[in-house]
Design a protein around this ligand. Structure first.
Ligand SMILES: *Cc1c(COP(=O)(O)O)cnc(C)c1O
Length: 222
């Protein structure tokens, strides 16, 4: 028998609690973003029923298909965009999402500022940093971060913090530590880092938002 959503959530919560205790941090200092990408509403409802309220999706269109209806039943849901965002989808993203984790380039700063104007909404954004220098993952090169943050500030984008996805298959701790240092250097509170395989490490290194999919929903595409 595979585990139920409630059991998975309890197991993840227990690991969060343990990491917070070791790091002498409060549970409330860490937001658990349940990444529900690829999973249909039927898989999401059990987690909502278990009390989870913060969810993450990586595609605007997919989220538009699932969340408006779920939100009618669970109006206090907070929806986070954790995937790369095309400038031409900025307005749709701003309409649907409460937080964006993937601001990574000047053209997107412009598109988001325009979308804020048009919709009258202002959504907190994390600036995604290309922490392992892997272009295909998206993210702003570390050397361009000061300029991008200045442009975001100039355009009136509320920058919540920094986000990263470290390279796959190697020890992530040095990358989490680097992201935390960059956030410190720029006086930013938020650190969106840590996924199913490494969120306890991320919490110990100062994550404020962990993005957890597989540990809560099981493998994608199964
Ligand atoms: C899919 C995804 C996650 C969740 O990954 P898991 O390993 O399933 O926990 C986190 N962050 C981003 C940006 C993702 O695309």
């Amino acid at each position: 028998m595979s585990k139920s959503a409630t059991e998975r959530l309890e197991a993840v919560e227990a690991e969060i609690a343990k990491a917070c205790k070791i790091a002498k941090r409060e549970r409330d200092d860490v937001s658990l973003v349940a990444v529900s990408k690829t999973h249909p509403a039927e898989r999401i409802v059990p987690l909502l029923e278990a009390g989870q309220r913060i969810f993450g999706e990586n595609r605007v269109q997919e989220a538009q298909g699932k969340w408006p209806e779920l939100r009618e039943q669970y109006p206090d849901v907070e929806l986070h965009l954790v995937g790369q965002l095309q400038s031409n989808k900025a307005e749709d993203a701003v309409q649907l999402f409460d937080v964006i984790h993937s601001l990574d380039r000047a053209s997107l700063v412009k598109a988001l500022a325009k979308a804020f104007d048009k919709t009258g909404r202002k959504v907190p954004c994390f600036v995604q940093v290309d922490i392992g220098e892997e272009e295909q993952k998206g993210g702003c090169p570390i050397k361009d971060l000061p300029d991008l943050l200045a442009q975001a500030k100039e355009a009136g984008i509320p920058v919540a913090g920094l986000m990263c996805v470290p390279p796959f298959g190697i020890e992530p701790a040095p990358y989490f530590a680097l992201l935390a240092k960059l956030a410190d250097d720029h006086g930013l509170e938020g650190r969106s880092m840590g996924m199913s395989g490494d969120f306890p490490t991320a919490i110990m290194l100062g994550a404020t938002h962990i993005r957890v999919g597989t540990a809560l929903f099981g493998e994608r595409g199964s």
